[in-house]
Design a protein around this ligand. Structure first.
Ligand code: KMH
Ligand code: ZN
Length: 275
């Protein structure tokens, strides 16, 4: 089996310090959380950024500051900015970090209910527009899949030439409004993608570590972090993203699977490092 690529989703756009005081907002806090996750074994940092008061933003300058500061602490880590941003942002706002030429970014592959009256809007035209821009800048998209129909949309856009193989998927399981984090649904997604694809997983809330285990034993990769889950175990808040990554490393080693370095992750995912 390939080594396990661990992504740390260190901050997200929705979680707050009220829920867990260790959620990072400032540039320094974001960089510190990235460093702790990297030192623990994460090779990819999935990055959202905030203003100092916690407000989510896709501001290009704020991304640049966070990326530059992360790079001083972990120079070889892969930084994967979000183009999902936060619910309600415009496409132009969301796309800003792609103009910093990252190695990879997220590409959200469908619209879904996102709790209460919130809708995370990704129309077919939006997906095509984002994909074309990513292609033109040679940025590899990580295809965010919240439900099975989103894989079908990706396969259709792949046939039309918008999304290139080999594709890399992220199965986000257990979002309120998306597909469940049960084993049956996980296998359904895994068996619906082309054979030459890679995939990672993100289990939301209490599903985080059960999904980690499913990914490890099924040759996938995995993601943890405050964006998805704030607890290290039932009722106990995680002290850092590093603590969440350490738990993944322990589980993986117990199951006999070693952890990929950033350069090994680049090879597995076919990324072109930026010089
Ligand atoms: N914050 C969510 C609305 C992504 O990063 O691409 C979208 C999200 C997905 O987090
Ligand atoms: Zn995200």
């Amino acid at each position: 089996m390939e080594k396990l690529i661990i992504t740390a989703a260190i901050c997200g756009a929705e979680v707050t310090k009220k829920q867990n005081p260790n959620v990072p907002y400032t540039v320094e806090e974001v960089a510190k959380e990235a460093e702790l996750a990297y030192n623990a074994g994460a090779s990819i940092i999935h990055l959202h950024v905030r203003y100092d008061d916690g407000t989510p933003t896709q501001d290009k300058e704020r991304f640049e500051k966070c990326i530059d500061t992360i790079k001083t602490k972990c120079p070889d880590v892969i930084i994967q900015p979000s183009t999902g941003g936060a619910v309600g942002m415009t496409n132009e706002e969301r796309l800003q970090p792609i103009y910093l030429s990252p190695e990879m970014v997220t590409l959200d592959c469908g619209t879904l209910n996102f709790g209460g009256d919130n809708i995370f809007v990704n129309t077919e035209n939006t997906i095509m527009e984002f994909a074309l821009k990513m292609n033109s800048l040679s940025i590899k998209p990580e295809l965010e899949i919240f439900d099975k129909g989103m894989i079908d949309m990706v396969l259709k856009l792949h046939k039309k030439g918008y999304i290139k193989a080999p594709m890399h998927f992220d199965f986000v399981l257990g979002v309120n409004g998306g597909i469940s984090a049960g084993m049956r649904d996980f296998i359904f997604l895994k068996e619906s993608i082309p054979y030459d694809s890679t995939f990672t997983t993100a289990g939301i809330g209490r599903y985080e570590f059960p999904v980690v285990a499913m990914a490890i034993i099924s040759e996938g990769h995995t993601r943890v972090g405050f964006e998805d889950n704030l607890y290290i175990s039932k009722g106990l808040l995680a002290k850092s993203n590093g603590e969440l990554v350490e738990k993944v490393v322990r589980i993986s080693r117990e199951l006999g699977r070693e952890i990929a370095t950033p350069n090994e992750a680049r090879r597995i995912l076919g990324l072109k490092p930026r010089l």
